[in-house]
Design a protein around this ligand. Structure first.
Ligand SMILES: Nc1ncnc2c1ncn2[C@@H]1O[C@H](COP(=O)(O)OP(=O)(O)OP(=O)(O)O)[C@@H](O)[C@H]1O
Length: 682
């Protein structure tokens, strides 16, 4: 009909071919949803390939050989065009069934959301990313025309040689090569630059979110998991956005460009090379799945080995004291053996994959060469065109594989992104949004019917209906058997957790109402085994207080009875305490920790077995010094009941309840819990 209507005008005929298929495509897409056919037949890529291949073929034919479009041939060649897409769609569908279960629409939505979120995080890098994409386009456009000029040079050399044509071809080849290499270098550098910046940004965001988490989060999450998200997952995520997208786009543009050149050289040969594509994509999908699994396992195994080594090195004194060196070496060796086994399997899988890919490629090249020879003999293509075709074909095979690999890498990275975002979005259970910072604080703390269970053991209450008051300037002692709930009271005062029932008040207002920084200046804790950071004595005392003067550091050290031993050290306040204060004695560490607490000018000082490593005389001196600070309340937890005898009130805890309270003398009048503790203790 078109022939009759358009009187065989090639351009109009071509227009009618496009029209037919452009009508066919949406109709097929519309109808396909309602057809009881297998899913792979009805997939969008399949229908599009089917509908776009004939008009594309006719366009190239007209463009390259000036042959008018043949509507009949377009129809008759349908079978030829149906075969490769049908085969590839079927095999891809089978591969996807084997390799991965169908993702839920929820999961897909989430991946898309994560991807968009990553794009947002990359927004500050729009300039280097934009420049990188420009370089990418330039490099690819120039790079893809090089094999074409190679073919031309061969043709010029083998047919009637013309100096000017030869020189022009060589000139363009050289200019294109140099410019494309330069652009490719800039592209790689700019993408890497953006990638590093994104990694750094993500790590800072993640770290900020992590340090704000409640203590319960750190108790229920493995340190290894947190570190792995902070280091490994953030890198993976930023690679997905910068490097993977870069490579994927590059491969995609190259694939399209190469196939366009190949079709323009010989559509028959191009079809021939497509025969192995489904097989290649099947092998690649299988490899992606197993290789990624193995890579993950190897990484986990390496992390586990490092954890073992770290644990042993950190507790080497204990290992030596139990003479368990050989067992520990064996444990480490076993874990290394496991890693080695996984690495070997990973390498074997890789070798098998390389072999399979080579065999398939070899097969494709042999078939192509045999068929290409026939085409040269029949004069359909020249030798130079055949060489150009081979060069394009060699690259395109590699590009298709990389494309499949990168698409799966992006999905894999989206998984890592969801892990990172899970931590980023986690709201701490203990809110730190309070804003109260009163200039005059009395320092009257009150526990009102507090009941609390740890999040990891929600069914077992650690405190039950506990009520007591810490009046300003008073000394309160918490005593009780191990596990009675003393440290839990401290943890609630420090707002590491939130009680499930009751409330803790400071001057009549809930602790949650107070500003986070303000509250932790007013409540200072010295634990039995205090943590010091690597750095000088001065840095440790003024930890978290940027505005602390040298004199304030010295005063705090004097109040903590630490000044004399600090002065005796080689560099005084500038002496390095070593990793975690390893170069100090336990008692010295406790006194520096006490100075650090006092330097904040607290209203309540909590001493949780804080002087357990000190001799009785130093302990008494410290107590006297601390008690002389005006307006400072003390909450003392001590197993040595001798230290709490002078307290204004002693609270006796048993099974998370306050069973007795009063002064030492009052409590001794009856043979109750305190009396028993005293009898059993020192
Ligand atoms: N982080 C935690 N997660 C779960 N349960 C905990 C946690 N810490 C303490 N517990 C439990 O809560 C109860 C009270 O413990 P707590 O540490 O307050 O006792 P304590 O009186 O301070 O003991 P000690 O004198 O030995 O330090 C115990 O049964 C303990 O097992």
């Amino acid at each position: 009909t078109s022939g009759l209507v358009y009187g065989h005008c090639p351009i109009r005929l071509l227009g009618s071919v496009w029209l037919v298929y452009l009508i066919k495509a949406p109709l097929l897409l519309l109808v396909s949803n309602r057809l009881p056919c297998p899913r792979w037949i009805l997939s969008v890529p399949y229908i599009l390939t089917l509908c776009l291949a004939p008009p594309l073929h006719q366009t190239l034919r007209l463009g390259l050989t000036s042959q008018p479009p043949e509507l009949c041939s377009a129809m008759s060649s349908c079978l030829l065009f149906h075969l490769p897409p049908s085969l590839s769609c079927l095999l891809c569908h089978l591969a996807s069934l084997i390799v991965s279960p169908k993702p839920t629409s929820d999961g897909e939505q989430k991946s898309k959301k994560n991807f968009m979120r990553l794009i947002k995080y990359s927004a500050p890098d729009w300039l280097p990313l934009g420049a990188a994409f420009t370089c990418l386009t330039l490099a690819l456009t120039l790079e893809m025309s090089i094999p074409y000029y190679m073919g031309r040079v061969i043709d010029i050399l083998s047919n009637n040689y013309q100096e000017s044509e030869f020189r022009a071809a060589i000139f363009f080849m050289a200019v294109f090569s140099i410019t494309s290499s330069f652009s490719a270098g800039c592209r790689g550098g700019l993408f890497l630059f953006s990638c590093f910046r994104l990694t750094r940004r993500l790590r800072v965001f993640l770290f900020r979110a992590l340090v704000k988490q409640d203590v319960a989060f750190f108790e229920t999450t493995k340190t290894g998991d947190i570190l792995s998200r902070l280091t490994h997952d953030t890198t993976l995520v930023s690679r997905s956005i910068a490097a993977n997208v870069n490579i994927t786009l590059r491969m995609l543009v190259k694939c399209i460009g190469h196939y366009a050149f190949m079709i323009s050289l010989s559509w028959r040969l191009t079809l021939l090379t497509c025969i192995t594509l489904p097989l290649l994509s099947f092998v690649q999908s299988l490899y992606n799945k197993y290789h990624q699994d193995l890579v993950r396992k190897v990484q986990d195994s390496i992390a586990a080995s490092s954890d073992i080594a770290k644990e042993i090195v950190e507790s080497v004194k204990m290992v030596q004291s139990f003479a368990a060196e050989d067992e520990e070496v064996k444990r480490y060796e076993d874990s290394l053996q496991k890693t080695h086994h996984l690495q070997t399997t990973r390498d074997l899988v890789r070798a098998a994959y390389c072999l399979a890919i080579r065999v398939i490629n070899l097969f494709s090249q042999v078939v192509m060469l045999v068929f290409g020879h026939k085409l040269i003999q029949s004069g359909e293509i020249s030798t130079g065109e055949m060489v150009s075709f081979i060069l394009y074909q060699m690259e395109s095979g590699h590009n298709v594989l990389s494309l499949i690999h990168m698409l799966s890498e992006i999905t894999h990275s989206a998984g890592a992104a969801s892990k990172v975002f899970q931590y980023l979005d986690r709201e701490p259970q203990v809110s730190i949004s309070g804003s109260l910072c009163p200039y005059n604080l009395l320092g009257n703390f009150e526990f009102k019917n507090v009941t609390f269970s740890y999040p990891s053991r929600p069914d077992i209450p650690a405190l039950q209906n506990v009520s007591f008051c810490l009046p300003p300037g008073s000394i309160t002692a918490l005593v009780g058997a191990s596990g009675s709930g003393k440290t839990t009271c401290v943890a609630l005062l420090e707002r590491f957790y939130e009680p499930q029932c009751g409330e803790i008040l400071l001057d009549g207002r809930p602790l949650a109402d107070y500003n986070h920084q303000y509250l932790h200046r007013k409540v200072a804790l010295v634990a039995q085994d205090p943590v010091l950071f690597a750095g000088t004595v001065k840095e440790n005392i003024s930890y978290g207080l940027r505005d602390l003067s040298e004199q304030q550091v010295i005063t705090a050290a004097e109040q903590a009875k630490a000044a004399s031993f600090i002065r005796g050290m080689e560099k005084g306040y500038d002496t390095d305490v070593g990793d975690s204060g390893a170069q100090l004695a336990a008692g010295q560490k406790q006194r520096i920790a006490l100075a650090r607490a006092l330097a904040r000018g607290p209203k309540l000082l909590i001493l949780d077995e804080a002087s357990s490593c000190l001799d009785v005389q130093t302990e008494d001196e410290i107590q006297r010094s601390v008690q002389s600070i005006p307006g400072l309340s003390l909450l003392i937890i001590a197993h040595r009941l001798r230290t709490v005898q002078k307290a204004d009130q002693i609270l006796v805890l048993e099974g998370g309840r306050v069973v007795e309270h009063g002064k030492h003398a009052q409590l001794l009048q009856e043979p109750g819990a305190y009396y028993k503790l005293l009898q059993n203790g020192d």
